[in-house]
Design a protein around this ligand. Structure first.
Ligand code: FES
Length: 127
């Protein structure tokens, strides 16, 4: 038996805009809780005993900044928005452990429509 791959990856956007930047960012000084969310997520996974089979990953901007703080869960392309510690608790218990996406926290489909395959993208670009 090989080393098991993770069942889930949780990509937490850790981008912070410099102070004074008008553009919103997922980690900001205006939202002190946003600075603690990655650590909170990691601690929670450890407490639950599922760290490793669930891999938290710090990422840069995923281009949905106005919906932040955001986190992408794979597999499934599930994008969660406006994260708080309470939402992380619910996402871990209901989605990661329970197997049901927490629909009420999922991004508006207008902002997260079906992907375009790279093959189709190349065709659209005339390449
Ligand atoms: S800063 Fe997080 S999505 Fe852009």
């Amino acid at each position: 038996m090989g080393i098991p791959q993770p069942a889930f990856y949780m990509f937490k956007c850790e981008q912070s805009a410099p102070p004074g930047m008008p553009k919103p960012s997922c980690v900001s000084q205006q939202n002190p809780e946003s600075q603690q969310l990655f650590q909170y997520l990691s601690q929670k996974l450890m407490q639950e005993g599922i760290m490793g089979t669930v891999q938290p990953i710090r990422t840069g901007c995923m281009n949905r900044c106005s919906s932040g703080p955001v986190m992408l869960v794979e597999p499934g392309h599930t994008m969660y928005t406006a994260l708080t510690k309470e939402k992380i608790d619910k996402i871990i218990s209901e989605h990661i452990i329970g197997g049901n996406v927490v629909e009420e926290f999922v991004i508006d489909p207008e902002l997260w429509d079906e992907p375009i395959s790279p093959t189709d993208m190349k065709k659209q670009m005339g390449m």
